[in-house]
Design a protein around this ligand. Structure first.
Ligand code: 13P
Ligand code: SF4
Length: 365
């Protein structure tokens, strides 16, 4: 018989250190039944408890491969949805705080994407000429839309390959929700900037004329990440003036100007690997979320690598930070007590088609 859920109120005021001990105790009680997955942006006091860590692509593979009964996801909502879609029906995915969303993912909804598709049909035949590509930072129903319309999912580490595949299928791409990842990846493939048009989802016909739609190779959804938009080319300029030998690395969610001014551009996993492989004594400016940059700075201090954060402002993924030690303790102690709280379960209707779009991605990554 299932025990009554223990209310979160009992955990809200707990000290972080007390939480750390109780998290470890609950993990020991649950043993191999549970696995904790954490994204690289996760705060340090949660990340330290993770069994598996990675960027979005690596976490998707790990979720598909683990045989634990319970996957406790320390990341944001769309990542937990992907874990649910790719794990088996017998496995249960838990997101310790349901408010851990992604503001970029929220910039595209099924209603708006379906409207865009209908509007495109006034100018061309989208199901014959446009491959819909959704960044993994999107809700499951948008992945299902891509599955249904011959489209695919991409992450920041495979967007180039996925675009190549997409252009092998059809002549144009509708890329949502992150215009910056779409623009940077398209440009890397040799598509000129004037053949990419921004689709403003708040305007009829995306704010574009029929001629602009016909001319565009990629239609870029007008979405962005509120964290990565804080990084500016002048931050790079100042760094280069102060440290001419310094190296700049950025996440492709940064603006085109920031990516163009960087020496390297890639996913969170790529950023970690690139700095890890660099020579001792090198100095880095990193354009991505603060928790990750602080962790890298600490980790490579022993190799005399100096790792600096790109912005003078604090840019954290505040939604991911909602997964705090208190919520993690609450979710794990309930689980150890026989109760599942905050289960992420993608409806069957979306899960099948979303899986199709995800599997297309995994098969060519
Ligand atoms: P990565 O897949 O590079 O970890 O990026 C996920 C993300 O949300 C970046 O903001
Ligand atoms: Fe979403 Fe930006 Fe947070 Fe990544 S950093 S999860 S894109 S809000």
């Amino acid at each position: 018989m299932r025990a009554e859920a223990i209310e979160f109120e009992n955990f809200d005021h707990m000290q972080d250190e007390a939480c750390a001990q109780r998290i470890e105790t609950a993990k020991k009680t649950l043993g191999k039944q549970v696995v904790l997955l954490a994204h690289h942006y996760q705060r340090a006091d949660v990340y330290r408890h993770a069994d598996l860590t990675g960027d979005s692509l690596k976490l998707a593979y790990q979720a598909a491969q683990t045989d634990a009964d319970y996957l406790v996801f320390c990341g944001v909502h769309f990542m937990a949805e992907v874990a649910d879609i790719l794990s088996s029906d017998e496995q249960t995915v838990i997101l310790p705080d349901m408010a851990a969303g992604c503001s970029m993912a929220d910039m595209a909804s099924l209603t708006k994407v379906e409207r865009a598709w209908r509007e495109l049909a006034e100018v061309l035949s989208p199901d014959e000429t446009v491959t819909p590509v959704t960044y993994i930072n999107s809700a499951a129903d948008l992945k299902a839309f891509c599955g249904e319309h011959g489209g695919i999912v991409c992450t920041s580490s495979n967007a180039g390959k996925i675009l190549e595949w997409s252009f092998q299928q059809r002549e144009k791409v509708l890329f949502f929700p992150d215009q910056h990842l779409g623009r940077w990846s398209g440009y890397q493939l040799g598509i000129p900037l004037d053949e990419m048009a921004v689709w403003d989802f708040d305007e009829p016909m995306g704010g574009l004329t029929p001629e602009q739609i016909k001319r565009a190779k990629i239609l870029l959804w007008k979405g962005h990440c509120s964290v990565h938009q804080m990084f500016q080319p002048q931050h790079i300029l100042r760094f280069r003036n102060q440290h001419p030998d310094g190296i700049v690395i950025s996440h492709p969610e940064c603006s085109f100007e920031v990516c163009s001014a960087s020496d390297y551009v890639g996913s969170t996993e790529y950023i970690i690997k690139t700095i890890a492989a660099a020579e001792e004594g090198t100095r880095w400016l990193v354009g991505t979320e603060l928790n990750l940059v602080s962790r890298i700075a600490e980790e490579f201090k022993s190799q005399n690598k100096i790792v600096q954060f790109m912005s003078p402002l604090v840019c954290m993924c505040s939604t991911m930070a909602r997964i705090d030690p208190q919520h993690l303790t609450w979710a794990l102690e309930n689980l150890a007590n026989g109760t599942v709280v905050n289960r992420i379960q993608v409806p069957q209707t979306d899960a099948g088609l979303a899986k199709l779009a995800l599997e297309r991605m995994l098969s060519i990554s």
